[in-house]
Design a protein around this ligand. Structure first.
Ligand code: CP
Ligand code: NVA
Length: 310
Protein backbone atom coordinates (compact mmCIF):
# COMPACT_ATOMS: atom_id res chain seq x y z
CA UNK A 1 0.00 0.00 0.00
CA UNK A 2 1.25 3.53 -0.69
CA UNK A 3 2.46 5.60 2.23
CA UNK A 4 1.59 9.26 2.64
CA UNK A 5 4.09 11.04 4.84
CA UNK A 6 7.55 9.84 3.94
CA UNK A 7 9.63 11.09 6.86
CA UNK A 8 8.27 14.48 7.81
CA UNK A 9 7.19 15.48 4.30
CA UNK A 10 3.53 16.43 4.14
CA UNK A 11 1.76 15.17 1.05
CA UNK A 12 -0.62 17.77 -0.39
CA UNK A 13 -2.45 17.92 -3.71
CA UNK A 14 -2.51 21.66 -4.34
CA UNK A 15 -2.02 21.45 -8.12
CA UNK A 16 -0.88 18.74 -10.55
CA UNK A 17 2.27 20.69 -11.39
CA UNK A 18 3.55 19.74 -7.90
CA UNK A 19 3.26 15.99 -8.58
CA UNK A 20 5.79 14.09 -10.64
CA UNK A 21 4.88 11.86 -13.56
CA UNK A 22 5.73 8.86 -11.34
CA UNK A 23 3.40 10.04 -8.56
CA UNK A 24 0.57 10.54 -11.05
CA UNK A 25 1.25 7.11 -12.55
CA UNK A 26 1.22 5.48 -9.10
CA UNK A 27 -2.06 7.24 -8.28
CA UNK A 28 -3.68 6.04 -11.51
CA UNK A 29 -2.47 2.49 -10.92
CA UNK A 30 -3.82 2.56 -7.37
CA UNK A 31 -7.12 4.04 -8.62
CA UNK A 32 -7.51 1.12 -11.05
CA UNK A 33 -6.75 -1.38 -8.29
CA UNK A 34 -9.18 0.24 -5.84
CA UNK A 35 -11.87 0.35 -8.54
CA UNK A 36 -11.52 -3.35 -9.32
CA UNK A 37 -11.44 -4.25 -5.62
CA UNK A 38 -14.48 -2.13 -4.79
CA UNK A 39 -16.43 -3.89 -7.53
CA UNK A 40 -15.33 -7.23 -6.02
CA UNK A 41 -16.53 -6.08 -2.59
CA UNK A 42 -13.02 -5.70 -1.14
CA UNK A 43 -12.48 -2.71 1.18
CA UNK A 44 -9.31 -1.36 2.81
CA UNK A 45 -10.19 0.43 6.07
CA UNK A 46 -6.75 2.06 6.22
CA UNK A 47 -8.10 5.48 7.23
CA UNK A 48 -10.02 4.12 10.21
CA UNK A 49 -10.34 6.80 12.88
CA UNK A 50 -9.37 9.57 10.44
CA UNK A 51 -11.46 12.62 9.53
CA UNK A 52 -11.40 14.67 6.35
CA UNK A 53 -12.86 18.19 6.48
CA UNK A 54 -14.40 19.25 3.17
CA UNK A 55 -14.63 23.05 2.86
CA UNK A 56 -16.92 24.18 0.05
CA UNK A 57 -17.09 27.82 -1.01
CA UNK A 58 -18.76 26.77 -4.29
CA UNK A 59 -21.43 24.20 -5.21
CA UNK A 60 -20.62 20.56 -5.93
CA UNK A 61 -22.29 17.26 -6.70
CA UNK A 62 -19.49 14.92 -7.80
CA UNK A 63 -16.61 16.22 -5.69
CA UNK A 64 -18.57 16.27 -2.45
CA UNK A 65 -20.19 12.87 -2.84
CA UNK A 66 -17.10 11.09 -4.18
CA UNK A 67 -14.85 12.36 -1.39
CA UNK A 68 -17.46 11.46 1.20
CA UNK A 69 -17.90 7.93 -0.17
CA UNK A 70 -14.13 7.55 -0.65
CA UNK A 71 -13.48 8.36 3.01
CA UNK A 72 -16.24 5.96 4.07
CA UNK A 73 -14.80 3.19 1.89
CA UNK A 74 -11.39 3.68 3.52
CA UNK A 75 -12.90 3.43 7.00
CA UNK A 76 -12.73 7.15 7.82
CA UNK A 77 -15.30 9.93 7.94
CA UNK A 78 -15.82 13.13 5.96
CA UNK A 79 -17.27 16.37 7.35
CA UNK A 80 -19.08 18.69 4.93
CA UNK A 81 -18.11 22.25 5.89
CA UNK A 82 -19.98 24.88 3.91
CA UNK A 83 -18.26 28.26 3.96
CA UNK A 84 -21.74 29.74 4.50
CA UNK A 85 -21.70 28.17 7.95
CA UNK A 86 -18.01 28.43 8.81
CA UNK A 87 -16.49 31.53 10.39
CA UNK A 88 -14.27 31.71 7.28
CA UNK A 89 -17.40 32.98 5.51
CA UNK A 90 -17.57 35.84 8.06
CA UNK A 91 -13.94 36.81 7.58
CA UNK A 92 -11.96 34.59 9.97
CA UNK A 93 -8.49 34.45 8.39
CA UNK A 94 -7.59 31.26 6.55
CA UNK A 95 -4.36 31.12 8.60
CA UNK A 96 -6.35 30.76 11.84
CA UNK A 97 -8.84 28.34 10.30
CA UNK A 98 -5.94 26.19 9.11
CA UNK A 99 -4.30 26.11 12.52
CA UNK A 100 -7.55 25.21 14.29
CA UNK A 101 -8.70 22.55 11.83
CA UNK A 102 -5.24 20.96 11.88
CA UNK A 103 -5.88 20.12 15.53
CA UNK A 104 -9.19 18.35 14.80
CA UNK A 105 -8.76 16.76 11.40
CA UNK A 106 -6.37 14.52 9.47
CA UNK A 107 -6.80 16.26 6.14
CA UNK A 108 -8.72 19.02 4.37
CA UNK A 109 -10.29 19.05 0.92
CA UNK A 110 -11.14 22.59 -0.15
CA UNK A 111 -13.10 23.99 -3.10
CA UNK A 112 -12.74 27.74 -3.38
CA UNK A 113 -12.03 30.66 -5.70
CA UNK A 114 -8.40 31.70 -5.28
CA UNK A 115 -5.56 29.22 -5.58
CA UNK A 116 -3.75 31.32 -2.97
CA UNK A 117 -6.29 30.30 -0.34
CA UNK A 118 -5.44 26.63 -0.90
CA UNK A 119 -1.71 27.35 -0.80
CA UNK A 120 -2.19 29.43 2.39
CA UNK A 121 -4.05 26.57 4.08
CA UNK A 122 -1.13 24.25 3.31
CA UNK A 123 1.38 26.86 4.45
CA UNK A 124 -0.33 27.51 7.77
CA UNK A 125 -1.84 24.16 8.67
CA UNK A 126 -0.08 20.96 9.62
CA UNK A 127 -2.25 18.41 7.79
CA UNK A 128 -2.53 17.40 4.10
CA UNK A 129 -4.55 19.75 1.88
CA UNK A 130 -6.34 18.54 -1.26
CA UNK A 131 -7.54 20.99 -3.90
CA UNK A 132 -11.14 20.20 -4.85
CA UNK A 133 -11.21 22.99 -7.49
CA UNK A 134 -10.12 26.61 -7.62
CA UNK A 135 -10.45 29.18 -10.39
CA UNK A 136 -6.91 28.12 -11.38
CA UNK A 137 -7.10 24.34 -11.48
CA UNK A 138 -9.01 21.12 -10.82
CA UNK A 139 -6.40 18.40 -10.22
CA UNK A 140 -8.75 15.71 -8.83
CA UNK A 141 -10.93 15.90 -11.93
CA UNK A 142 -7.95 15.47 -14.23
CA UNK A 143 -6.66 12.41 -12.35
CA UNK A 144 -10.09 10.83 -12.98
CA UNK A 145 -9.92 11.96 -16.61
CA UNK A 146 -6.50 10.38 -17.12
CA UNK A 147 -7.72 7.17 -15.49
CA UNK A 148 -10.71 7.11 -17.86
CA UNK A 149 -8.63 7.77 -20.98
CA UNK A 150 -6.19 5.02 -20.01
CA UNK A 151 -9.07 2.62 -19.34
CA UNK A 152 -10.61 3.23 -22.76
CA UNK A 153 -7.47 3.74 -24.85
CA UNK A 154 -5.05 1.41 -23.07
CA UNK A 155 -2.34 4.06 -22.61
CA UNK A 156 -1.76 7.81 -22.45
CA UNK A 157 1.66 8.23 -24.07
CA UNK A 158 1.42 9.75 -27.56
CA UNK A 159 -2.39 10.03 -27.54
CA UNK A 160 -3.76 13.41 -28.64
CA UNK A 161 -6.06 15.29 -26.24
CA UNK A 162 -7.90 18.35 -27.54
CA UNK A 163 -9.70 20.74 -25.18
CA UNK A 164 -12.21 23.14 -26.71
CA UNK A 165 -13.72 26.13 -24.91
CA UNK A 166 -12.78 28.41 -22.06
CA UNK A 167 -9.12 28.44 -20.99
CA UNK A 168 -10.22 27.87 -17.39
CA UNK A 169 -9.31 25.66 -14.40
CA UNK A 170 -10.07 22.51 -16.42
CA UNK A 171 -7.93 23.61 -19.36
CA UNK A 172 -5.02 24.44 -17.04
CA UNK A 173 -5.09 21.07 -15.26
CA UNK A 174 -5.65 19.06 -18.45
CA UNK A 175 -2.61 20.68 -20.06
CA UNK A 176 -0.42 19.90 -17.05
CA UNK A 177 -1.74 16.35 -16.55
CA UNK A 178 -1.71 15.50 -20.25
CA UNK A 179 1.80 16.80 -20.92
CA UNK A 180 3.20 15.18 -17.75
CA UNK A 181 1.83 11.82 -18.91
CA UNK A 182 3.27 12.16 -22.42
CA UNK A 183 0.08 13.05 -24.26
CA UNK A 184 -0.02 15.50 -27.15
CA UNK A 185 -2.25 18.39 -26.04
CA UNK A 186 -4.08 20.97 -28.14
CA UNK A 187 -6.46 23.64 -26.90
CA UNK A 188 -8.85 25.75 -28.94
CA UNK A 189 -9.95 28.90 -27.10
CA UNK A 190 -10.93 32.43 -28.13
CA UNK A 191 -7.89 34.73 -28.02
CA UNK A 192 -8.85 36.52 -24.82
CA UNK A 193 -9.81 33.31 -23.02
CA UNK A 194 -6.65 31.26 -23.28
CA UNK A 195 -5.29 29.10 -20.44
CA UNK A 196 -2.72 30.38 -17.95
CA UNK A 197 0.27 31.86 -19.82
CA UNK A 198 2.89 30.22 -17.57
CA UNK A 199 1.28 26.81 -17.93
CA UNK A 200 1.24 27.17 -21.73
CA UNK A 201 4.91 28.23 -21.73
CA UNK A 202 5.78 25.20 -19.57
CA UNK A 203 3.75 22.92 -21.87
CA UNK A 204 5.56 24.15 -24.99
CA UNK A 205 8.92 23.59 -23.31
CA UNK A 206 8.04 20.16 -21.95
CA UNK A 207 5.95 18.45 -24.59
CA UNK A 208 3.85 18.60 -27.71
CA UNK A 209 1.44 21.50 -27.15
CA UNK A 210 -0.66 23.71 -29.41
CA UNK A 211 -2.99 26.60 -28.56
CA UNK A 212 -5.11 27.89 -31.43
CA UNK A 213 -8.36 29.73 -32.03
CA UNK A 214 -8.96 27.32 -34.96
CA UNK A 215 -11.10 24.49 -33.56
CA UNK A 216 -10.75 22.11 -36.49
CA UNK A 217 -6.97 22.54 -36.57
CA UNK A 218 -6.74 21.79 -32.84
CA UNK A 219 -9.12 18.82 -33.05
CA UNK A 220 -7.62 17.19 -36.13
CA UNK A 221 -6.31 13.67 -35.38
CA UNK A 222 -7.42 13.75 -31.73
CA UNK A 223 -8.00 10.63 -29.66
CA UNK A 224 -9.83 12.53 -26.91
CA UNK A 225 -12.02 15.62 -27.17
CA UNK A 226 -12.79 17.51 -23.98
CA UNK A 227 -14.95 20.47 -23.11
CA UNK A 228 -16.31 22.34 -20.09
CA UNK A 229 -18.86 25.04 -19.37
CA UNK A 230 -18.42 28.46 -20.94
CA UNK A 231 -19.19 30.24 -17.66
CA UNK A 232 -17.60 28.71 -14.58
CA UNK A 233 -18.78 29.04 -11.00
CA UNK A 234 -18.37 32.69 -10.01
CA UNK A 235 -18.84 33.90 -13.62
CA UNK A 236 -22.64 33.64 -13.66
CA UNK A 237 -23.05 37.37 -14.41
CA UNK A 238 -20.98 36.93 -17.62
CA UNK A 239 -23.01 33.96 -18.86
CA UNK A 240 -24.94 35.83 -21.61
CA UNK A 241 -21.81 37.58 -22.91
CA UNK A 242 -19.87 34.33 -22.87
CA UNK A 243 -22.59 32.51 -24.84
CA UNK A 244 -21.93 34.96 -27.65
CA UNK A 245 -18.11 34.82 -27.42
CA UNK A 246 -17.91 31.02 -27.23
CA UNK A 247 -20.67 30.04 -29.64
CA UNK A 248 -18.22 28.70 -32.23
CA UNK A 249 -16.32 26.71 -29.57
CA UNK A 250 -18.70 23.79 -29.43
CA UNK A 251 -18.09 20.06 -29.68
CA UNK A 252 -20.42 18.93 -32.46
CA UNK A 253 -20.45 16.29 -35.21
CA UNK A 254 -18.24 18.43 -37.47
CA UNK A 255 -15.52 18.64 -34.81
CA UNK A 256 -15.81 14.90 -34.07
CA UNK A 257 -15.47 14.15 -37.81
CA UNK A 258 -11.89 15.49 -38.00
CA UNK A 259 -10.73 13.35 -35.04
CA UNK A 260 -9.28 9.84 -35.12
CA UNK A 261 -11.68 6.90 -35.42
CA UNK A 262 -12.95 5.89 -32.00
CA UNK A 263 -12.38 9.35 -30.51
CA UNK A 264 -13.53 9.66 -26.91
CA UNK A 265 -15.51 12.70 -25.81
CA UNK A 266 -15.20 13.75 -22.18
CA UNK A 267 -16.83 16.44 -20.05
CA UNK A 268 -16.15 17.09 -16.37
CA UNK A 269 -19.86 17.93 -15.86
CA UNK A 270 -22.19 19.66 -15.26
CA UNK A 271 -22.87 19.97 -19.02
CA UNK A 272 -24.94 22.50 -20.94
CA UNK A 273 -26.28 20.69 -23.99
CA UNK A 274 -26.58 23.00 -26.98
CA UNK A 275 -23.77 25.23 -25.64
CA UNK A 276 -20.30 23.69 -25.25
CA UNK A 277 -21.51 20.31 -26.57
CA UNK A 278 -24.47 19.22 -28.67
CA UNK A 279 -27.01 16.85 -27.13
CA UNK A 280 -26.27 14.34 -29.93
CA UNK A 281 -22.53 14.16 -29.26
CA UNK A 282 -23.09 14.10 -25.49
CA UNK A 283 -25.50 11.15 -25.67
CA UNK A 284 -23.34 9.25 -28.16
CA UNK A 285 -20.44 9.46 -25.72
CA UNK A 286 -22.45 9.21 -22.49
CA UNK A 287 -20.84 5.87 -21.54
CA UNK A 288 -17.38 7.50 -21.53
CA UNK A 289 -18.59 10.66 -19.79
CA UNK A 290 -20.25 8.74 -16.95
CA UNK A 291 -17.27 6.37 -16.58
CA UNK A 292 -15.29 9.59 -16.16
CA UNK A 293 -17.71 10.79 -13.47
CA UNK A 294 -17.51 7.42 -11.69
CA UNK A 295 -13.74 7.56 -11.74
CA UNK A 296 -13.83 10.69 -9.57
CA UNK A 297 -14.49 8.26 -6.72
CA UNK A 298 -11.69 5.84 -7.55
CA UNK A 299 -9.06 8.46 -8.43
CA UNK A 300 -9.82 10.42 -5.27
CA UNK A 301 -9.82 7.35 -3.08
CA UNK A 302 -6.28 6.83 -4.40
CA UNK A 303 -5.44 10.48 -3.61
CA UNK A 304 -6.78 10.01 -0.06
CA UNK A 305 -4.54 6.97 0.39
CA UNK A 306 -1.54 8.85 -0.96
CA UNK A 307 -2.13 11.95 1.17
CA UNK A 308 -3.72 10.63 4.38
CA UNK A 309 -2.55 7.07 4.97
CA UNK A 310 0.28 6.65 7.53
N1 CP B 1 -16.82 17.92 -12.12
C1 CP B 1 -17.00 18.36 -10.86
O1 CP B 1 -16.07 18.79 -10.15
O2 CP B 1 -18.29 18.27 -10.45
P1 CP B 1 -18.93 18.96 -9.17
O3 CP B 1 -18.87 20.45 -9.40
O4 CP B 1 -20.34 18.45 -9.14
O5 CP B 1 -18.16 18.58 -7.95
N1 NVA C 1 -14.91 25.19 -14.95
C1 NVA C 1 -15.97 24.69 -14.12
C2 NVA C 1 -15.66 23.30 -13.68
C3 NVA C 1 -16.75 22.66 -12.87
C4 NVA C 1 -16.40 21.27 -12.43
C5 NVA C 1 -16.16 25.61 -12.93
O1 NVA C 1 -15.15 26.04 -12.36
O2 NVA C 1 -17.29 25.91 -12.59
Amino acid sequence: MLRAKKGNIMKHLLKLMDWSREEIQETLDLADKLKAEKKAGIRHPILEGKSLGMIFEKSSTRTRVSFEVGMYDLGGQALFLSSKDLQIGRGEPVQDTARVLSRFLDGIMIRTFEQKEVEDLAENGSIPIINGLTDYCHPCQVLADLQTIREHKGSLEGKKLCYIGDGNNMANSLIVGGIKMGMRVAVACPEDYQPDAEIMKWAKENGDFLCSSDILLAAEGSDVLYTDVWASMGQESEAAMRKEIFKAYQINEQVVSVCNDGVMVLHCLPAHRGEEITAEVFEKHAAEIFDEAENRLHAQTAVLVKCLAD
